[in-house]
Ligand binder design. Structure first.
Ligand code: DGJ
Length: 719
């Protein structure tokens, strides 16, 4: 414990500092705790105490800067918390009581602030976990009371940030929407007065239409390297809600948390309700810097094995769909070896007997090998993979059930559906009720059985293809409004158990594409599936946008037959993350196969920079004929620059040198084009090109991307 404070007569000021930034909390005359600053840290920390006085108090307007805005008392802005007390009263007032700061490690600190209602026995503790080097904060709240009876939490946000208004350009929100196969479509606009809300009410696949991740630029939209920008996202895999309220004093209040729609939570006395964490980082140096902070934090602290390795793979989904048998799979295992990847991933369709999984309308829930397709079971496939010198992985979708399944017939009460309404399906399936501990045991059992029976199983793709319609849990009885929250916590219980027993095994987070990409789930996974849309032209944009929040090591990029691009372009695009294939190897020409094999070898030499290095976006696909992006390893001795043409009109291409970033100006780099297709030459000609980091970052290099060379990969090695 480093510090503990209590309410005193004079104002209490609590600065929360990271390497470059500070958040400042301060009490006012009525002991309300306000968030008075979020921005670059001040050289003289004694000046933090003066910040609040610089702003005109707006008491008469009811506009406050509460650190966690209650409702029904003096603050009249959008609340972070709304409750119905045990006596039916709806007024909450929260005042500062005390705070503590403790060190978790050299890099990580935890501030806990206690707020209480002076009238009701009701308490909120605010947690700020800060990562000093990464400038990242995770913030959540723990709510508790000792009233005589149950209190209803009508709204219970994770965090409430206040950004002070400026007189110039206001606040600019970059947000994401999408749908199946068109994930993470960005929009950026200036916030106007009033409230803008982004949210999800889908239950599962919560990110199908919107994301909780966003960026707020101050004054004007931040660019890659310039501008003040705050990045935020909720670590939650269910319904979320983020409110942006631009108030009458031009302050911006950001309230992020679980969506309270149809989700009042009943809290018994003495029980703690813990909200998910809201994650944020701030930069004075643009979106690139902010995203590198998030990527580095995720590798270091959040995702499973972020500093470790990943397996390249061959998946069979697009090459066979549900139509395979042991003979076909034996051929695919040989292809896996021939191609030169680490693992074969068997996708959907391997299970179900009374309701065989030969299409997407039957079998989910019956996780036994289909005897016709796989008479010798998974274990013989795992062995056969080993005999071929490759590993074996498998697809599951354990949260779901088809009405055409033994599971549905045996346990109708395990299924989320309204008792008195017709069933409504999404992809012919329903969602299992993970609020029910027995269902949690079943879902854990699906994974555990696979590993127990096949200890050498090396990878799992965990899919989730339906949203929750007709939300009703037979298990929750009178607490139906808990279903969305308890579902996600039930899912996390299962994933915690999986990780306790299988700490490092690679798990891919998939949700019919990118329907569930968030750090709440990703803390249990090694990678995610960005989109079923694997047309590389589309993927350039999709992977580009995800990269603002998630490191390349987590992005599963598969080479498939989607789109019209040549194999080189498809491979080059997959390479900017965690690479895999989902094509029929036998259909490749000799040159195409040789190209893929040699690209995999190149990838092997560069994967440390791509997976663990710093990423720099050089030319945006939204603004240029060609996108350019690069990765530099930790000691700046190795880098790779990917360039992709995204406009195929006559004469389009990279016309001027692209300035590189993140290199050592004093090092000399040998620049070489790699992934050159057999029979074609390098765009750089035959010259042995050696240039300084100084030259490459100030003058740049033209990768010559054009309609003949639609993708160009340049490797840089310090000599
Ligand atoms: C949706 C996934 O996104 C696909 O990759 C594939 O696994 C199918 N489900 C299988 O049903």
């Amino acid at each position: 414990m480093l510090f503990a404070g209590r309410a005193a007569a004079q104002d209490v000021t609590i600065p929360v500092e990271t390497q470059h930034n500070a958040i400042v909390l301060q009490t006012d005359a009525e002991k309300h705790l306000n968030m008075v600053y979020l921005g670059a840290k001040l050289a003289n920390s004694a000046e933090y105490a003066r910040i609040q006085k610089m702003y005109k108090q707006a008491d008469d307007s009811g506009v406050q800067n509460d650190v966690y805005t209650p409702s029904g008392s003096a603050s009249l802005g959008e609340p972070a918390i709304t409750v119905t007390h045990a006596d039916g009263n709806k007024s909450l007032n929260l005042t500062y009581v005390s705070h503590t700061v403790s060190k978790v490690s050299d890099d990580v600190s935890l501030l806990v602030v206690t707020l209480k209602d002076p009238v009701y026995d009701f308490e909120v503790k605010l947690y700020y976990k800060t990562y000093y080097k990464e400038d990242v904060t995770e913030q959540w709240s723990v709510i508790k009371h000792n009233e005589k009876g149950v209190v209803t939490l009508n709204k219970y946000a994770s965090a409430n940030l206040n950004l002070k208004g400026n007189t110039t350009g206001g606040f600019w929100l970059k947000q994401y929407h999408g749908n199946w196969a068109m994930e993470v479509q960005p929009e950026e606009a200036r916030l106007t007065h009033g409230i803008k809300t982004i949210d999800s009410k889908l239950g599962t696949r919560a990110n199908l239409y919107e994301h909780s991740m966003f960026a707020i630029s101050l004054d004007k939209p931040a660019t890659e390297d310039e501008g003040k920008v705050l990045y935020g996202a909720l670590e939650w895999s269910g319904n979320f809600r983020v409110d942006f309220e631009l108030d009458v004093t031009n302050n911006l209040k950001i309230i992020a948390g679980i969506n309270n729609a149809a989700s009042e939570y009943h809290l018994k006395p003495g029980v703690e309700f813990t909200t998910p964490a809201f994650l944020y980082t701030y930069s004075d140096h643009g979106k690139g810097d902010a995203s590198r902070k998030l990527q580095s934090w995720a590798r270091q602290y959040k995702i499973v094995d972020g500093n470790g390795s990943r397996l390249t793979l061959l998946n069979n989904w697009e090459s066979t769909y549900f139509d395979f048998n042991e003979t076909k799979l034996a051929g695919l295992l040989k292809d896996t070896k021939k191609l030169g990847v680490d693992l074969f991933l068997l996708d959907d369709g391997w299970f179900g007997n009374s309701h065989p999984r030969n299409g997407d309308n039957a079998g989910l829930g019956d996780w036994q090998e289909n005897k016709q397709k796989l008479p010798n079971g998974i274990s013989s496939l795992v062995k056969e993979a080993q005999a071929n010198g490759v590993k074996f992985g498998i697809w599951i979708e354990p949260e779901m059930v088809n009405p055409a399944s033994d599971l549905y017939k045996a346990h109708p009460d395990w299924v989320i559906k309204q008792p008195n309404r017709p069933e409504k399906y999404f992809r012919n399936q329903l969602v299992l009720d993970l609020a029910n501990p027995k269902v949690q045991d079943f879902v854990f059992g699906v994974v555990d059985n696979l590993f127990t029976k096949n200890p050498d199983l090396a990878y799992i793709k965990w899919d989730c293809n339906a949203v929750i319609y007709n939300a009703y849990s037979a298990y929750l009885k009178k607490d139906q409004s808990h279903i969305y929250v308890d579902y996600v916590n039930g899912l996390y219980n299962v994933l915690k158990r999986v990780r306790a027993k299988y700490p490092k095994v690679p798990l891919m987070l998939c949700s019919g594409g990118g329907g569930r990409v968030d750090y709440g789930a990703l803390q249990y996974f090694t990678e995610y599936w960005p989109s079923d849309n694997t047309d590389p032209l589309e993927r350039v944009f999709i992977q580009w946008e995800y990269s603002f929040f998630y490191p390349a090591i987590t992005s599963s990029n598969h080479v498939t037959d989607w789109g019209k691009q040549p194999i080189k372009y498809r491979v080059d695009v997959a390479m900017m993350g965690k690479m895999g294939f989902d094509i029929v190897i036998g259909k490749l020409s000799d040159n195409e196969l040789a190209f893929c094999q040699s690209a995999l070898k190149n990838y092997d030499g560069l994967k440390d920079a791509i997976w663990h290095g710093d990423q720099y976006r050089l030319a945006s696909p939204w603004d240029n004929d060609a996108a350019s992006i690069m990765y530099v390893n930790a000691d700046k001795s190795k880098a790779v620059m990917f360039n992709y043409l995204v406009n195929n009109r006559y004469g389009s291409g990279t016309k001027v040198p692209v300035r590189l970033k993140g290199l050592d100006p004093n090092k000399k780099y040998r620049v070489k084009e790699i992934n050159v297709f057999p029979g074609t030459g390098s765009v750089l000609g035959n010259e042995d090109l050696v240039l300084t980091g100084d030259f490459l970052m100030n003058v740049g290099i033209n990768p010559e991307t054009n309609t003949y060379h639609t993708s160009v990969v340049l490797q840089l090695e310090a000599i």
